[in-house]
Design a protein around this ligand. Sequence first.
Ligand code: 5CA
Ligand code: ZN
Length: 409
Amino acid sequence: MHAWPASEVPALPGKGRDLRIHDTATGGRVTLAPGPVARIYVCGITPYDATHMGHAATYNAFDLVQRVWLDTKRQVHYVQNVTDVDDPLLERAIRDGIDWVGLAERETALFREDMTALRMLPPQHYIGAVEAIPGIVPLVERLRDSGAAYELEGDIYFSVDADPHFGQVSNYTTELMRHLSAERGGDPDRPGKKNPLDPMLWMAAREGEPSWDGASLGPGRPGWHIECVAIALDHLGMGFDVQGGGSDLIFPHHEMGASHAQTLTGEFPMAKAYVHAGMVALDGEKMSKSRGNLVFVSKLRRDGVDPAAIRLALLSHRYRDDWEWTDQVLQDAVERLGRWRAAVSRPDGPSADALVEELREALSDDLDTPTALAAVDRWAVLQTAGGGTDDSAPGLVSRAVDALLGVAL
Ligand code: 5CA
Ligand code: ZN
């Protein structure tokens, strides 16, 4: 599947700092010091509705991770999936009386447009679940043949007890895992499972649903977690630097994915850091396609909101916090963008060398974007007050804000 066009990332003088980031698995900060090529996998959308502010906030966080790495003069190998076949997508297509393939294509196309407008860096590999099926089938066969998976009425389940490290991504109690499993696509109450938490790897073909050739597994379609694992192992291999997504993916998705990968390879851990963005809410509830309380990026764009302002609104919150989208958040961002643009449009101003270092320090400190924005605000105030005669400063600020925050002034 093709991704979207990359916006240019200006090179800044000097070099950025290594990223210190919160890792869900260890519950603390880790300093990531990747090799010359940093490797990141970020879970993509299930394309049955348009990109909302929650999605945008999560992708913004992982875009910043990459911008920090690029500023340390590393290359980035970025992989993202599209869950272009899954229960919620099929259910929505039936509800709306449309073809599920067309629905997925339409919403994926809109997502690409939104990501381009927001200046999110594209993945080098953007892979759909459907196109990954030929790679998924042999992995499920291997798990089954090694005894780490079993059949139940034609469906194949992963045995969580096969992984001695199971539970070490979320560190949740069994009770909480069971609760979340039922809430997020699992079937803990299905009779015959070895462990109620065991997730499906391969679902045998169901009447009226799409299915694919599963070789010795029989016709069917893949489970959700093995989809991301197959794509990540194929394009990144084990021990990649960051596994990313929103905090609603901690369990079961990232827990199960890590267990699948670790059982398949015998290596631990799958990722050096499991990084999770907080949930964006609207009217007090998590913004979600299933609840329908959504603010869409595409709708704001159609209404004439500058995508740079949308991006600044996302940046005004720390990525790990849960926060609430309000009109005021956007209004504040529109005003800030105006102040920054006015400031960089002057021919000279106060030196920006210290500002670049402040931005670098704030971002390397677990992506502390509120501190980064405050630093630019201070420079803009000085500038507007007519301080300084450095004629390279406005250009440097523009390039730094673009390179490190993805905002074009
Ligand atoms: N296709 C799967 C991942 S493999 C999926 O979760 N798709 S999704 O469309 O439901 O979500 C895409 C990404 O947006 C995930 O990382 C999810 O955690 C994140 N996300 C969804 N809702 C919110 C929200 N309200 N706030 C922040 N992030 C969110
Ligand atoms: Zn995923």
